[in-house]
Design a protein around this ligand. Structure first.
Ligand SMILES: O=C(O)CCC(=O)C(=O)O
Ligand SMILES: [Fe+2]
Length: 215
């Protein structure tokens, strides 16, 4: 198989390989050092500036053309990132995302053609009830990516955990808690893994987005 790697013209990346193995085995991967360390402070500052300037809106459920606000389901505020107007920190975020999607397309033939990302702020006490990230009129979301931008003094006691609903080898459901530690990245299969965001006792910050196959 030596020839195949040369033909594909890529260098094996151990972190991406781990991510792929995790997703094939478990449907999700948790990576604490996926984005360069220096991006988090810049992205957090950018998010907070835009939040304070009131650029965010209440997040809706449904797809982008059919939005309904239901705060009993989700209470976060979001701002979509515009890939045609990126500042320096946002570009470094998207460079890494593009590296990943190119790698996935070359090694797993995933056919990722599009992506969409938004900043998210969950004020203290807000949550997002159990859901799947795909809509009835499937919009091609394949992988969900969440990158936590919480302050460096964030502790598990602050709550705000992401709960992934998984099945064990006997098909029995269990809940996997993932604490939104600063710099942590969670990637999971959008069409398969139901999940929810539990309330935190302080403001919870993140970037969430999707790698998509079409539309
Ligand atoms: O912030 C998280 O941990 C997950 C967010 C989420 O599930 C979503 O925005 O669809
Ligand atoms: Fe979600």
């Amino acid at each position: 198989m030596a020839g195949l790697v040369e033909q594909l013209d890529f260098e094996e990346n151990p972190l991406f390989e781990r991510l792929i193995e995790d997703i094939l085995r478990d449907g999700y991967s948790i990576l604490d050092t996926f984005f360069p360390e220096e991006t988090i402070n810049g992205l957090r500052a950018d998010l907070l500036y835009k939040y304070e300037e009131d650029y965010f809106k209440k997040a809706a459920i449904g797809n982008r053309t059919n939005e309904i606000i239901k705060t009993e389901i989700r209470g976060d505020f979001i701002l979509w990132m515009d890939e045609t107007k990126l500042n320096t920190v946002q570009s470094s975020f998207f460079n890494r995302i593009n590296e990943l999607s190119d790698y996935l397309n070359k090694t797993c033939f995933l056919g990722i053609l599009k992506k969409e990302f938004h900043y998210a702020v969950y004020p203290a006490g807000k949550f997002y009830k159990r859901h799947l990230d795909t809509f009835q009129n499937d919009d091609g979301r394949r992988l969900s990516v969440v990158y936590y931008l919480n302050e460096n003094d964030w502790l598990p006691e602050h709550g705000g955990e992401l709960v992934l609903y998984l099945n064990d080898e006997n098909g029995k459901e269990y809940a996997k808690q993932v604490f939104p530690m600063p710099g942590r990245t969670v990637i999971f299969e959008s069409q398969k893994i139901e999940h929810e965001v539990k309330p935190a006792n302080r403001q919870r910050l993140s970037i969430t987005g999707w790698l998509k196959t079409r539309s």
